[in-house]
Design a protein around this ligand. Structure first.
Ligand code: PDD
Length: 276
């Protein structure tokens, strides 16, 4: 593991009870994807980390090239051909006060985990339930405060589905750990990248693939009614790539099978990562 700048064994990591990540969820994170033993869209993840650090006023003691180099060292030591690299940075260790403490050193933790592509799930698709999005108004910041996300995921499972599709007053936002796109009459639609969703690296990559394939794609919000009439629905995310959603709230999406646009994007994605 990478712990405070050093490569160590897990047993050498000891988290302070004063760590603000532990006490307040006061920290930020990224999940990087590794294909063929190499990072996928690393610069985009680092850009988002930098934006999140700025948005949460967390002063990073490393430049992005320095962090990038630390991640390379970790990948070399722990990475496999297909893995994810989890990294979090908390604001630091200080007695519990709400305001940001002065002169604290952010605490970095990162590790790799073997993570084969979820081929069966991408082939068959998942089911979802709709749920009101009760999160705050800075969902574009990738912070450690994921209780709404974990609660939503658990609710989906409790209701017999695989994930939630969140909406705010009927406008679809995203899912518990991925973005969501719909297809109607050949046109892809997804929520614009504003403060109400995480600006997914995979979302941006898939929109780029859509442009290359000359598939029309709009970054325009859609409603639950439009979702109910969609021909296709799919998730995008670091851990799910492009995964079809085949049923929502117990009703089939389109034919109830992954659609042709989804399949086209999956194929294009697979071709693109083979070149990573
Ligand atoms: N989650 N939306 C939310 C709420 C997310 O948590 C994620 C990613 C995404 C997709 O972003 P990207 O394509 O950059 O992975 C969208 C990560 C994987 C996680 O928390 O495990």
């Amino acid at each position: 593991m990478l712990w405070k700048g050093d490569l160590v064994q897990k047993s050498d990591v000891s988290v302070s009870p004063d760590d603000r990540g532990y006490v307040f969820g006061d920290g930020i994170y990224e999940v990087f994807r590794v294909y063929n033993g190499r990072f996928f869209e690393k610069a985009a993840h680092l850009d988002r980390l930098e934006r999140t650090a700025h948005g949460t006023k967390l002063k990073l003691p490393w430049t992005m090239p320095e962090l990038s180099e630390l991640l390379d060292r970790l990948l070399e030591k722990e990475g496999t051909q297909e893995s994810i690299l989890y990294m979090q940075i908390t604001r630091g260790e200080a007695p519990r006060i709400h305001q940001f403490p002065k002169d604290v050193e952010p605490v970095l933790l990162a590790y790799c985990k073997d993570y084969p592509r979820p081929v069966a799930v991408m082939e068959n698709g998942i089911t979802a339930v709709t749920l009101e999005d009760i999160r705050w108004l800075r969902c574009d910041l990738k912070t450690l405060n994921l209780l709404p996300n974990t609660m939503a995921k658990q609710e989906a499972l409790d209701r017999g589905a695989d994930d939630v599709i969140w909406h705010r007053g009927g406008t679809v936002t995203e899912c518990s750990a991925s973005n969501v796109m719909m297809v109607k009459d050949g046109v892809i639609r997804t929520h614009p990248a504003n403060h109400l969703i995480l600006h997914g690296v995979t979302r941006a990559f898939v929109l780029k693939l859509a442009r290359q394939l000359e598939l029309p794609a709009l970054e325009k919000p859609f409603t639950l009614d439009e979702l109910a009439n969609a021909d296709e629905l799919f998730l995008t995310g670091t851990t799910v790539e492009v995964t079809p959603i085949v049923a929502v709230d117990g009703r089939p999406v389109g034919s109830g099978k992954p659609g042709t646009v989804t399949r086209q994007l999956q194929r294009a994605f697979a071709e693109a990562i083979a070149l990573v």
